[in-house]
Every structure is written in C-alpha cells, then in structure tokens.
Ligand binder design. Structure first.
Ligand code: SAH
Length: 244
C-alpha cells in the first residue's frame, strides 16, 4: 500500500462547515493525528486508528505522521479551522526539511473555514476591507514583536483578527493588547468577541474599545477589531469596502 498524508482543516466546529474533500480524506484514512480536542471530533470506525496528542508537541506529531505515511499508512493530520492558519501545516513542512524520503510522499493540504471567517460571517462583514490577522500567543514569538505589529497595523488603519487572545498561562497579554489598541485607535473603535463560533455555545459580543474588558475573551474566542470606518447596521457589524 502506498502511504500518503493529508493535512486537513475541520472548520470552526459545525459539521456542516467541514468541506466534502476533508470528509472524503477522513473516510479513506487509516490514521488520524492531532491535538486531543480536534481528534475527538473524528468518529471511531473499524480500520481507523486515532492518535490524539497534547498541545505544544506539533513537530513530534508531524514527524510521527510522516513516519506512518512512509510505512504505507493513509494518514490525516487534523487542525481546527484551516490547517495553514496557526496550525499543523507549517509544522509538517518544518518536519520535512532535511528529510528527502518524506519529501517524496504524496502530501496535500486541504483548506478549512478558519475561525475569523466564520466569526466575521456571524457578525456581518467586519473584514470587508483590508485587514491583518495576528496570533496573540507569545509561545512562539516575543511579546515585543506582537506589540510592534499591533501598532503598525493600527497605524495602517487595518481591521484586525486576533487568535489565541487570552489563556491561563498568559493572563496579562490581552490586557496589554487592549491598552496598545486604545492608545492607537481611541475608545470609540468597535471590537467584537466571537466565542465558540458555529457550535451550540456560540456567543457574539460587540462593544467599543473603551468598554472592552480582558475577561470578554478566552481561548475559544476570536476577536475582531474594526477599522476607523467599521460601523453597526441593525444587529450587524460591517466595514465598508471603500476607504480614504
Ligand atoms: N487553525 C485554526 C486556529 C488555531 S489557533 C483556525 O484556522 O481557525 C486557536 C484559536 O483559534 C483559538 O484560541 C481561537 O482564537 C480561534 N478559534 C478556533 N475555533 C474557534 C471558534 N469556533 N470560535 C471562535 N474562535 C475560534
């Protein structure tokens, strides 16, 4: 049997947001590899082995997936949302560096609906003009770089989507983020908190930066900051397509 590796995105949570090509890859799989809560979304069936692993072991997980594919297995690496957005696809390519046997494997990246797009759709169209997408976790980059990107994106009047806004291990980070944004964008800018989008626990909240509190975000929240023209219409938030 010829092995292969598919790196897939499961979307933000709803079954209806899993693409048909991802469903097909999962139906063909002999092995599914990924972070525990994402692997938990895959139904067990005969002939399929699930390999859940803890967070922060992305490179080990990627190597393990490639080893199984080299042994002839049909391996699917799962991420939530899109696998190329702060997720496993980059880890697999990093593991491929300097490993020519693994580079010869058939490998595909199958996109998924990333959290910010599902959140933007639920809110209206806050990302309707130019925007930046920033991971607020400082696990893999220094805080000073995050702060610099926040300031420069604000100066460019970009709307922004923030992933991993706040966790127990980083209690201060999001508070600092809000301070930087208030200083750059003022108190009246709209900011939306979209939690557990597309799941039964989905919760949406839009406030001004002056009203925003760190507790409004957790690790299941994607945060969307508007640009200077972002406004409300009815129950929706949108950013006009024109600027300047
Ligand atoms: N690859 C994923 C992102 C992984 S980083 C994607 O493309 O969506 C994990 C972060 O994604 C979370 O901390 C949160 O900010 C965001 N996220 C993932 N699923 C979400 C959902 N259903 N609702 C809101 N935010 C979500």
């Amino acid at each position: 049997m010829t092995g292969r590796l598919d790196i897939v995105g499961l979307g933000p949570g709803a079954e209806a947001m899993v693409t048909p090509e991802v469903t097909a890859a999962l139906e063909q799989a002999t092995d599914v590899v990924g972070y525990i809560p994402y692997v938990a979304r895959i139904a067990a069936r005969p002939g399929l082995t699930l390999h859940p692993s803890d967070n922060r072991v992305e490179l080990d997980r990627a190597r393990h997936a490639l080893e199984m594919a080299l042994q002839g297995q049909r391996v699917v690496v799962v991420s939530s949302g899109d696998p190329g957005v702060f997720a496993m696809a980059s880890a697999v390519f990093e593991a491929l560096e300097g490993w020519p046997e693994a580079q010869a494997l058939p490998i595909s990246v199958l996109p998924g609906i990333t959290a910010m797009l599902a959140a933007a759709a639920a809110l209206g169209a806050p990302l309707g003009h130019d925007f930046a997408c920033i991971n607020l976790s400082d696990n893999l980059k220094p805080w000073a770089l995050i702060e610099r990107r926040l300031r420069l994106a604000a100066e460019a009047d970009l709307a922004m989507a923030f992933y991993n806004p706040r966790s127990a291990s980083r209690p201060q980070g999001f508070e600092k983020t809000l301070e930087v944004l208030r200083a750059s964008c003022g108190d009246n800018r709209l900011i939306s908190f979209a939690r557990a989008v597309s799941t039964p626990e989905q919760a949406l909240l839009t406030v001004t930066l002056g009203e925003a509190r760190p507790e409004m975000a957790d690790m299941r929240t994607v945060v969307i900051l508007g640009n200077s023209a972002t406004r409300r219409v009815g129950n929706f938030v949108y950013t006009p397509r024109f600027a300047g």
